[in-house]
Design a protein around this ligand. Structure first.
Ligand SMILES: Cc1cc2nc3c(=O)[nH]c(=O)nc-3n(C[C@H](O)[C@H](O)[C@H](O)COP(=O)(O)OP(=O)(O)OC[C@H]3O[C@@H](n4cnc5c(N)ncnc54)[C@H](O)[C@@H]3O)c2cc1C
Length: 369
């Protein structure tokens, strides 16, 4: 049986980041993925993800700042364009609590931002036509991350650093001991000194005794054709999040398609059992999202060009789980990224190294389960 320093289960953004960072520091790493690499059944696939500093919690802002620097470093080292700076606006009514909390957190972390009136927003970014009771919080550091391309780049870099990458290989059984782990896959068995479970929406199934209480939601993104493409280009339109507590729609300028922008509603997607995941459009949800978006983006049509489904794996607090198993400190649980984890992908591997080594370089207390 082949032995490794570390086995990583799952080749989404979390597993790919781990494979890269641990192999770079000289560890002998095996990464296992149950499906084909870059498959579209999990959470990390697609052309675009939002990168932003604008969070209500200063801890996330600090991590996002470091992640932003690391994304740029990765672009340079991996020679791959991964980050498309657009700036970003969080919009809402002028008494919106999220917007107030984000401002407080940005001030506490000394981040630049601007508060724009509806009139200023509509003039500066004419793709948006906000009603007079709304404001926009503009943050220049927001950007678009090329999602699948980033995962691919990290996997290639991990392989170049010496990692063994195996797709179509499902972990089916784990035998834990304090200093050694043995795993059985559908093909063969391996052993390692330690293991990271970065299994996304399948994590709960691998650790049934721990009661991680993760909710899996089937999300969808829709692509809507626009009437005035130049207003929706990456030069003229920032990424946006509408902080309406009833329907938090968000979206991107033209990037995945030359004719349609990608939008979605972050909230209240149907909870599912992973076995029941399907790839169909939820038409009622799409209709609601279209109505929401068109209420402040008048040049977006209701003409659906395309759609895609994707999975959220949510904790009750929407804070991630990056924690050691209570009995085995050679087993790291990395999941529950709750629909906002991708942006930290450049940093996750380093956080995992810190958690195993217990050096406390990062404050990871909020990521316990
Ligand atoms: C529609 C949508 C929009 C999003 N937008 C944003 C955004 O704008 N900004 C942002 O920061 N984040 C965003 N997110 C969240 C982000 O994409 C996720 O938090 C992140 O991709 C989670 O990555 P992961 O590696 O944990 O999971 P996954 O990508 O699902 O990876 C887990 C992998 O583990 C594999 N696996 C599971 N079980 C086994 C097993 N037994 N053996 C082998 N392999 C196994 C799976 O096949 C899968 O490939 C969005 C997510 C979705 C769905």
């Amino acid at each position: 049986m082949k032995h490794y320093d570390l086995i990583i289960v799952g080749a989404g953004i979390a597993g790919a980041s781990a494979a890269y960072e641990f192999s770079k520091q000289g560890d002998n790493v095996l990464l296992l993925e149950q499906y084909q690499f870059l498959h579209t059944k999990g959470s990390s696939q697609g052309g675009s993800r939002i990168f932003r500093h604008a969070y209500e919690n200063p801890n996330y802002i600090k991590l996002a700042i470091e992640a932003g620097e690391l994304w740029r470093e990765l672009e340079h080292n991996l020679k791959e364009k991964l980050v498309f700076p657009t700036g970003g606006i969080d919009i809402g009514t002028n008494d919106n609590k999220d917007l107030q909390d984000i401002q407080t957190a940005l001030q506490a972390t000394a981040q630049d931002y601007e508060v724009l009136s509806a009139h200023e927003t509509n003039k500066r970014f004419p793709a948006f036509q906000l009603s007079s009771d709304m404001i926009a919080l503009y943050q220049k550091d927001a950007a678009i991350l090329a999602a699948t391309r980033a995962v691919n780049a990290l996997l290639l870099a991990a392989a170049l650093a010496g990692a063994d990458l195996q797709d179509n290989t499902e972990l089916v059984k784990i035998d834990m001991a304090k200093d050694r782990v043995t795993v059985k896959t559908n093909l063969t068995s391996f052993s390692a000194s330690k293991i990271i479970l970065a299994a996304g929406s399948w994590l709960d199934k691998l650790l049934p005794d721990l009661k991680l209480n993760l909710d899996v939601e089937q999300q969808q993104v829709i692509y809507l054709k626009v009437n005035k493409p130049h207003l929706h280009s990456m030069v003229n339109m920032p990424i946006f999040i509408n902080r309406n507590p009833a329907a938090m729609v968000y979206g991107f300028p033209l990037i995945d398609s030359p004719t349609a922008i990608k939008v979605a509603n972050h909230l209240a997607a149907p909870k599912i059992e992973i076995e029941n995941r399907n790839f169909e459009l939820n038409s009622q949800r799409a209709k609601n999202t279209i109505a929401q978006v068109r209420s402040f983006m008048p040049y977006v049509s209701d003409n659906l060009e395309d759609f895609a489904t994707c999975l959220y794996t949510k904790t009750k607090t929407e804070d991630f789980i990056i924690d050691l198993h209570p009995e085995y400190d050679n087993l790291l649980i990395a999941g529950g990224f709750s629909g906002h984890g991708f942006k930290f992908g450049s940093l996750l591997g380093k956080l995992f190294i810190d958690k195993f080594a217990k050096t406390g370089k990062y404050d990871l207390d909020m990521f316990g389960f």
